[in-house]
Design a protein around this ligand. Structure first.
Ligand SMILES: [Zn+2]
Length: 83
């Protein structure tokens, strides 16, 4: 991304911030907290620097490292009410 101050999808103002990112690896959900990102103030789209993406991939795959803490995630299959 050449210009980090403009959102490529809507042209809104992009500011640096931190987000929590959900990733899946080997059927498991992994949440990576406090990931530095560029966040669009207009549409909420988040963008990551290349090295941040690579670090997220590394963290996602580090299954031998226990999580700092664990949360339970409800899984709900999508069903249309039959009426
Ligand atoms: Zn935007």
């Amino acid at each position: 991304m050449a210009d980090k101050s403009k959102c490529p999808s809507c042209g809104g103002e992009v500011t640096p911030g931190k987000v929590d990112v959900e990733r899946r690896w080997q059927g498991r959900l992994v949440i990576i907290e406090g990931v530095p990102a560029h966040i669009c103030r207009q549409c909420g789209e988040t963008y990551f620097d290349g090295e941040v993406v690579m670090e997220m991939e590394r963290l996602k795959k580090a299954v031998s490292v226990p999580g700092e803490r664990y949360i339970q995630v409800p899984v709900r299959p999508f069903k249309v009410a039959s009426q």
